[in-house]
Ligand binder design. Structure first.
Ligand SMILES: Nc1ncnc2c1ncn2[C@@H]1O[C@H](COP(=O)(O)OP(=O)(O)OP(=O)(O)O)[C@@H](O)[C@H]1O
Ligand SMILES: [Mg+2]
Length: 336
């Protein structure tokens, strides 16, 4: 395999005395891929991105980006990366074109190159028609895009996107996906975090699931799904018996059952398919618990996330990751 473009080795980051945002995290990212960082709120994803982008020093561990150590050669790293998302540095009083050209100049482009490159990027990102309006008149989705345009103008070798499509309407989200894919076609490596599992599933070649500052699991989306065991068992159990049910199922699978609030069911990997199902029902029966509904299905990335992180237990109310159920556009329809 090619030399990885990013290596993270044993990284620790503490905030104050109590918070270990990253707790000995290691991973490598190959060049030319879209790499997804997933994990519940507070898992450490943004902290990792900030360390990779030289904005935050790690307390321990070694991080290399594009061949340079982020601590010793921060300047060299900065010259080769772009960062979009939660840290937009866009001036609202300037136009989209002015903002993008300015960033191009900061990247060391000549005035003329900055101008032509800006035109190309704005065209590609679908903002050429509003290029000469001040950014303060832009909609939220346009702002996201101008932020991304500013990152792209310098042709970064590695692009970091922290939740690039949060708050972007479904149609624009799909355009952004296309754009991100194009970039990778042009040789850029993209590292992104997302709240949308559907996005990771469509976009990312590889995914790292981060949980409490550690690497939970890593691989291609298919590998992660396979690791969930090929099938997922869903058991609807009366509310008052959840704890008892999880306890009684503990010996059935290596990964404990998780409660998925949205589906109103306990979810667990059914490594042995129907055999797991039978064993689970027997265990529940012994505990005098009768499920109101039972289902066995192929794992989605949602299931992977749930079974790998038990996310519902660690993040409190609500679902950590909203499936984009409101888009009306699902699997197979992204190439519209
Ligand atoms: N500047 C800071 N000061 C104190 N604690 C921090 C700071 N930044 C992050 N943390 C803590 O570090 C942990 C990891 O936060 P981080 O922002 O990296 O999570 P995340 O995975 O990006 O979450 P989200 O999905 O909500 O964006 C959290 O417990 C958070 O409260
Ligand atoms: Mg974050």
């Amino acid at each position: 395999m090619e030399e990885p473009v990013i290596t993270v080795d044993g990284v620790v980051k503490r905030f104050g005395r109590d918070v270990r945002a990253l707790d000995g995290l290691s991973l490598t990212i190959p060049a030319g891929v879209i790499y997804g960082l997933l994990g519940p709120n507070g898992a450490g994803k943004t902290t990792l991105i900030r360390i990779l982008a030289t904005l935050l020093p790690a307390d321990a561990g070694v991080v290399r980006v594009a061949g340079f150590d982020v601590r010793r050669d921060a300047e060299a790293v900065r010259a080769r990366i772009g960062l979009a998302g939660q840290y937009a540095a866009i001036d609202n009083h300037l136009t989209g074109r002015e903002n993008t050209e300015m960033v191009g100049r900061l990247y060391g482009l000549s005035r003329r190159d900055a101008r032509t490159r800006t035109a190309t990027v704005l065209e590609r990102i679908g903002l050429i028609d509003v290029a000469d309006r001040r950014v303060k008149t832009y909609s939220g989705g346009m702002r996201r895009r101008i932020d991304l345009a500013a990152c792209l103008v310098g042709r970064p070798q590695v692009l970091f996107l922290d939740e690039p499509t949060t708050g972007v309407d479904p149609a624009s989200r799909r355009e952004l996906w296309e754009l991100i894919r194009d970039l990778v076609g042009g040789g850029t490596t993209v590292v992104l975090t997302t709240q949308y599992l559907e996005e990771a599933d469509h976009l990312a070649h590889r995914i790292a699931v981060i949980n409490r500052g550690r690497l939970g699991s890593e691989g291609t989306t298919q590998q992660l799904k396979d690791r969930t065991g090929g099938a997922v068992l869903e058991l609807s159990i009366p509310d008052t018996q959840h704890a008892a049910a999880i306890e009684s199922l503990r010996h059935v699978t290596a990964v404990p059952a998780s409660y998925d609030r949205q589906r109103g069911a306990l979810v667990l990997p059914a490594t042995d398919g129907v055999a797991t199902l039978r064993e689970a029902l027997r265990a529940l029966d012994t505990a005098a618990i009768t499920p109101t509904d039972v289902g066995l299905h192929k794992p989605s990335l949602d299931d992977v996330f749930l079974t790998l992180t038990g996310a519902d237990h660690t993040v409190g109310p609500g679902r950590p990751f909203a499936a984009v159920a409101d888009t009306g556009a699902h699997e197979g329809s992204e190439t519209s």
